[in-house]
Design a binder for this molecule. Structure first.
Ligand SMILES: Nc1nc2c(ncn2[C@@H]2O[C@H](COP(=O)(O)OP(=O)(O)OP(=O)(O)O)[C@@H](O)[C@H]2O)c(=O)[nH]1
Ligand SMILES: [Zn+2]
Length: 323
């Protein structure tokens, strides 16, 4: 038994509003509260925590959040929402239906790039043949970005049909996920729960008890949870709600180009070192932007849609805050 004065190591595996679920190195999970603003932890954080004083229940306190390798978050006009910390990769799950927003996809990719977290894209519901074909086409620039050969591609884009060919998808995903911590992101209805259940059978039942304890009597808070895929606890999947309203307020407009690999590839060819790629003469980026009417299937060029979204984001991040 540890005494009150002993700081324990732990990994945050659940976040329910301000409460956290902390897992000890031997796999035991317990609810902890942050001691103050500074010890506000997110899923994936390594923390030092203290157990409750004898007779004061079994909820602990988080005393210190260890230095993070990265923090994946979004920020809008009003608030910052941290998804998770210390990630190896983000799996962005999209589907043939509902039709995805390319702007939301770009935002999620930029947020990941900004924190040096590797993004992977998966397009689900390949059994819905026609809408899938359309969505797969829309992803052409993402499937080919960085070069013509498979080994040069900047992003990995995986087709799946989680309800129809789950075991095939499972096999395709495991080597990509093994030994890593992956955050799964996706808009509602794409099959995120189906994916989590496929990789972590009984995932939702497993956490039911602790979530119920946290949410009983209170309004239900949105939760983020880390699941171990393997018994050895080396491969983790983090399920987090919220893909909408993906604000990038924490970035400067001039950060955008380096977080968009197809634009970054040409930014070195601009006449001005501080070129915004919006209107300057001698801009190496604008030279490579495809017209909307042109064939968009050119791996070393910049698609009309991506450049339009770049411009919209640049404007959004340049506007003074409204609040
Ligand atoms: N046709 C088809 N439907 C699928 C596939 N994968 C999931 N679905 C269906 O899509 C719907 C949404 O799946 P969920 O796994 O609940 O999706 P989710 O992303 O967790 O959705 P939310 O709970 O709204 O966040 C369900 O009706 C699934 O059966 C697929 O590969 N093909
Ligand atoms: Zn330029």
């Amino acid at each position: 038994m540890s005494t009150r004065s002993e700081l324990n190591q732990g990994l945050v595996v659940g976040s329910h509003g301000r409460h956290c679920v902390v897992e000890t190195p031997d796999g035991e999970r317990r609810i902890c509260h942050p001691r103050g603003k500074k010890s506000q932890a997110v899923v994936g954080d390594h923390v030092l925590w203290l157990p409750a004083l004898p007779g004061q229940g079994d909820e602990g306190t988080i005393e210190k959040v260890q230095t993070r390798r990265n923090l994946f978050y979004r920020q809008d006009e009003i608030r910052t929402k941290s998804f998770a910390a210390n990630l190896d990769q983000v799996l962005i799950l999209l589907a043939a239906e509902p039709v995805f927003s390319e702007s939301q996809l770009v935002r999620a990719l930029i947020a990941a790039e900004a924190e040096h977290i590797k993004p992977i894209i998966a397009l689900n519901k390949s059994d819905l043949v026609e809408p899938f074909a359309r969505a797969w086409e829309r992803l052409w620039p993402y499937r080919h970005m960085g070069g013509e050969s498979n080994t040069e591609h900047h992003y990995r884009v995986l087709p799946m049909s989680l309800t129809e060919s789950g075991s095939v998808d499972h096999q395709a995903l495991m080597p990509i996920l093994a030994g890593k911590t992956t955050l799964v992101l996706g808009p509602s209805g794409v099959g995120k729960s189906t994916l989590v259940n496929l990789l972590v059978p009984g995932a939702y039942a497993q956490t039911g008890e602790i979530s119920q304890a946290l949410n009983s009597g209170k309004h239900t808070t949105t939760t983020t949870t880390l699941y171990w895929i393997d018994k050895e606890r080396t491969t983790a999947l983090i399920d987090s709600p919220g893909f909408q309203e993906f604000g990038l307020r924490h970035l400067a407009p001039t950060d955008l180009a380096r977080c968009m690999p197809d634009i970054a590839a040409h930014a070195g060819n601009c006449r001005f070192y501080n070129c915004t790629h919006l209107h300057e003469p001698g801009c190496g980026v604008r030279e490579r932007v495809l017209d909307a009417g042109e064939d968009q299937k050119q791996a070393d060029a910049i698609s009309a849609n991506r450049y339009r979204i770049y411009g919209e984001l640049f404007e959004e991040l340049s506007a003074p805050p409204k609040y």
